[in-house]
Design a protein around this ligand. Structure first.
Ligand SMILES: Cc1ncc(C[n+]2csc(CCOP(=O)(O)OP(=O)(O)O)c2C)c(N)n1
Ligand code: SF4
Ligand SMILES: [Mg+2]
Length: 351
């Protein structure tokens, strides 16, 4: 109920992070989604990840499109910047915001309809251009908000709640993200928060285009027998290839593992992505073999989850364009409007 406000008072013994914030400081309004909707668990995982990373809420910008999934930014990070854009248009709005102010953490939240149907072009170009962001698709295989039509990620042969068969081939957003050049690619399940929170933390620390496909069952329209996006199907077919621990710079690495069991990716900011291997033959540093592995396992009906690919040396759009380091809102008039002679020199350089 949106009209019920959460009480502002905190219990004094609530756990605080390094900034002195509690988890409550990272929450938003009370959710109006259906009870049991996977999307609410993803909101909880985002809150947990931002709390654990000690992120100042005012340094985060959350952007979304249209759909039940795209409504969720109202339910987390109530003290952060937010922009609810048009259906399928979140990536271009996020790209523009990021180019104007590179100092914020950009969190794009979308749905399978928002990103794989109407917004497919925007999804593709934001990843291939290397926009520094965390792009989360809350993937339930249906248009939840408009009452249960098959989306472009619904598996061929899966059944709608009313028994209709989907005849179209599915779009696998993870496979596309790998092909398009995203530098951090993961898949999670809303029912596995222990796996999902570190995947989100790793994506936030990654300084490039990070994409997470989170299978997020829709309890109202796609949680029945015959659906491949239901809680039961996921619990039976979830094939986690690794478990991620995110170790911040200067944080000691405590646990020891036998050689070959752990893969470590040291990122630009000094943080370490420590991958405990569950599938011995999975290599998260190689796009081609990751893609082949996904094809083989998906043909068997398995849903492969975990950190699927990470490039320790990502390059983002600002590097490609050679933009200035300073956000536009901190530039003075002289830098923003350098005068007619600077414009003449620039025009001459293009002739
Ligand atoms: C331009 C435009 N076309 C169509 C719609 C209708 N519409 C609203 S949400 C939606 C699909 C949402 O599906 P998804 O992104 O998967 O989100 P979910 O509700 O499943 O979380 C559609 C088709 C719209 N709002 N705007
Ligand atoms: S209709 Fe589906 S996606 Fe929308 S809130 Fe309900 S369960 Fe979630
Ligand atoms: Mg959907």
């Amino acid at each position: 109920m949106t009209y019920i406000a959460k009480p502002k008072l905190h219990h004094p013994s609530l756990e605080k992070n390094k900034l002195g914030f509690t988890r409550r400081d990272y929450e938003g309004a009370i959710s109006t989604l259906c009870a049991g909707c996977g999307h609410d668990s993803i909101s909880a995982a985002i809150i947990q990840a931002c709390f654990e990373l000690d992120l100042p809420p005012h340094r985060i910008a959350k952007l979304s499109g249209i759909g039940c999934s795209s409504k969720t930014p109202t339910y987390f990070l109530g003290n952060s910047h937010g922009f609810n854009s048009v259906h399928g248009r979140m990536p271009s709005v996020l790209t523009g915001a990021n180019l104007a102010n590179r100092d914020l953490v950009y969190l794009g939240v979308s749905g399978d309809g928002d990103s794989a149907s109407i917004g497919l072009g925007q999804f593709a170009h934001s990843l291939r251009r290397g926009v520094n962001m965390v792009y989360i698709v809350e993937n339930n295989g249906v248009y939840g908000l408009t009452k249960g039509q098959f989306s472009a990620t619904a598996d061929k042969g899966s059944k709608s709640k009313k028994g209709a068969l989907n005849h179209d081939a599915p779009i696998d957003l993870v496979m596309l993200a790998l092909q398009l050049g995203a530098t951090y690619v993961a898949r999670g399940f809303s029912g596995d928060k222990v796996q999902l929170v570190p995947l989100i933390k790793g994506a936030i620390l990654h300084q490039g285009a990070a994409f997470i496909d989170v299978i997020s069952p829709c309890v109202a329209f796609n949680n029945h027998d015959g659906s491949t996006k239901s809680y039961d199907y996921l619990r039976e077919h979830n094939e986690a290839v690794n478990r991620l621990d995110v170790i911040l710079p200067r944080q000691p690495i405590t646990a020891d593992y036998a050689p070959g069991v752990v893969e470590e990716v040291v990122q630009h900011d000094g943080s370490t992505l420590r991958l405990r291997k569950l599938a011995a033959d999975y290599d998260a540093s190689d796009r081609a073999s990751a893609t082949a592995f996904l094809h083989q396992h998906e043909a068997r009906g398995e849903v492969v989850t975990g950190l699927l690919f990470a490039d320790p040396e990502p390059e983002d759009l600002h590097a490609h364009l050679g933009t200035v380091d300073v956000p536009f809102n901190q530039l003075g008039e002289a830098e923003l409007c350098p005068g007619a002679s600077a414009l003449d020199r620039f025009n001459a350089s293009l002739r």
